[in-house]
Design a protein around this ligand. Structure first.
Ligand code: NAP
Length: 254
């Protein structure tokens, strides 16, 4: 697996102003947790907010944690009401297989209302509702970024293998939502950026059942993935808004 050198005292988001206010949604996830580990020691960050579904006991007081289920708009709205302003939002939630172990569909024979609904609720509707409640809290001028974790398999042009119907469709729909958000955002917050990010294949609970055929050299640790994503976010400009970018900064086709 590919490791990433840890940062030592320098900011990984130096393109943001000092005293940046950052929100990570999905703090209990593999990639979300690694992002929080790295951001919690970042010298530029004044406030680190973390939303996750499960309450975490005995936590670091410097991190402001709120319980949020992203499929429940009331819980998103209540959490957002406690944010005054925010400069960077990273949505690191997502699902591929159901909690009951339901595998992604290999064939049209496997399609079901339940699996489609679950994937769209978590992967598309949840991030869209988060945007609804946090984008109004971006500064009117100055750098701000909304980045939602998408996936290369959401690319229609890049779909060579088929399968994974509802996950692919939910990520393709997320990418379309991101594009629309970016257009509206550019009118209201002209310096802000809204993107999707593909983290590569990362060793987390989400990918674990599907790692058997992944070359070890292409499987990232959670910490490496977080480092890659922060580097991509730090390099984004307003020209990138509406796009989807992979862990190495390259654009993922629509
Ligand atoms: N790992 C990969 O290889 C890979 C590749 C491409 C894209 N991605 C994308 O990267 C993102 C992060 O994935 P990961 O690998 O870090 O997976 P993960 O470890 O399974 O984390 C996913 C997180 O999403 C949270 N979540 C799911 N439903 C939620 C809900 N209704 N409300 C609040 N939180 C919810 C989960 O919370 P709980 O802990 O409470 O269940 C979990 O913390 C996903 O969008 C995924 O599609 C991952």
């Amino acid at each position: 697996m590919i490791e990433q050198p840890q940062s030592s005292g320098h900011s990984q988001i130096s393109s943001f102003k000092s005293d940046a206010r950052v929100l990570v949604v999905g703090g209990q996830g593999g990639i979300g947790g690694a992002l929080i580990d790295q951001l919690s020691s970042d010298p530029l960050i004044a406030e680190l907010h973390v939303w996750s579904r499960q309450h975490i006991e005995g936590d670091d007081n410097a991190i402001k944690r709120v319980d949020v289920d992203i499929t429940d708009e009331t819980s998103i709205a209540a959490a957002a009401a406690s944010l005054e302003h925010i400069d960077l939002v990273i949505v690191a939630t997502g699902m591929l297989h159901g909690r009951d172990g339901t595998a992604p569909e290999k064939s049209w024979k496997d399609l079901s209302v339940g699996q489609f609904t679950d994937n769209f609720l978590v992967n598309t509707i949840g991030p869209a509702l988060i945007a609804k409640h946090v984008l109004p809290r971006f500064p009117r001028r100055g750098r701000a970024v909304f980045a939602a974790l998408s996936a290369r398999v959401g690319s229609i042009e890049d779909n060579r293998l088929g399968g994974w119907y509802s996950y692919r469709a939910s990520k393709a729909a997320l990418n379309q939502v991101i594009k629309s958000l970016s257009i509206e955002l550019s009118r209201l917050r002209p310096d802000a950026v809204c993107v999707g990010l593909h983290p590569g294949t990362v060793d987390t609970n989400l990918s674990r059942p599907f790692q058997a055929n992944v070359d070890a050299a292409k499987l990232f640790t959670q910490s490496a993935a977080a480092g890659h994503l922060l580097k991509v976010i730090d390099g984004l400009t307003t020209e990138d808004t509406g796009g989807v970018f992979a862990w190495d900064g390259t654009r993922v086709p629509s």
